[in-house]
Write a protein that binds this ligand. Sequence first.
Ligand code: PLP
Length: 370
Amino acid sequence: MIYFDTAASYPVLPEVKVAIAEAFNSSYANSSSSHKLGEEVALSVDKVRGQLAGEIGAYPSEIVFTSGATESNNIAFKSLLPNLSSSDSKHIVTTEIEHKCIFSICNYLESIGYKISYVKPDKSGVINTDAIEKALTPETVLVSVMHVNNELGTINPIGDIGRLCNEKDVLFHSDGAQSFMKVDIDVDELNVDVMSFSAHKIGGPKGIGAVYIRDLRNRELTPVIHGAGQENGVRGGTVASPLISGFSSAIKNFPRYYEDFKKTKASEFLLAELDRCRVEYKRNGSNFSLSSCLSLTLFSTNVAQLIRENENLFCLAQGSACSSKEIEASHVLTAISLSREEAEKTLRISFPLDITKENITELVEVVRRY
Ligand SMILES: Cc1ncc(COP(=O)(O)O)c(C=O)c1O
């Protein structure tokens, strides 16, 4: 089985498995306990907080561990907004290509009186700063634009959008689930106030992530999970220290694997193979994309049948994981003006770290037959 779905989740790295097993064996105490073992666990959690902060140019006190990017996105909106918005500042700007969890959060916020504007990407799937500027109103309290899109791999100009938000004095959030450890992130250079991360997108365990909140200690935040004061009171619940150890190992080890992966030039090789086999295709997205994620519309290929009949050979996604079991065309593909038929003929290929040329040739051979 060749796993072409790493944008949905990476296999857990071998080093991460070792780190988690060690943590389950030795760091089982509750990090809130005041005895020696508990304090040791609290120290190790704070060490990871520092490690993550160091990766993104933040202070450790600005990092909150969460269950993943979905929860981080919830915190970004629902913890910060109540203390920022008044009755006449209830407007949020986001985009048509965000992860579905952002739409769910926005639908909820709409039901309690917020107005949401959804900005369209350009044809290549990139959100332009001008388009965000046009959507701003004096009532805008929050702008949220994802860093890297999970279906196209496109990279948005977060630094420019952040500068604009800064000038307009509007809070800026970016969902960094797909960009973390794959694209350089410095929260000051990117001008972000809040940013979401997830461990399983970099070979870490599922169920752990983090949210960066600029100047966290001086903000009034409404907890999304009320609890016993953990994580600065923002996120109650016993801290998942073994998963945090796994997250730490992923942060440490993923870049090495990813650098080696980039050297394989897998996307370029796959496109060259498609050309060689005279397969008709269009690459969606811009040239400014992650090298690990490719969205291809295969005009003469029966993509649904290909996926169905080869499910024992390849893990492939049509659109995003969350929408791949739905009959509707992916909202991201619709946003870049693909017709329903084109969307149905579109594959998202996100490469495993250990991809080989033989794996790619095998895939192209199968594509050619459908
Ligand atoms: C851009 C983006 N945001 C959020 C998520 C949700 O992340 P998690 O599974 O950590 O909640 C994902 C992954 O599915 C994603 O790709």
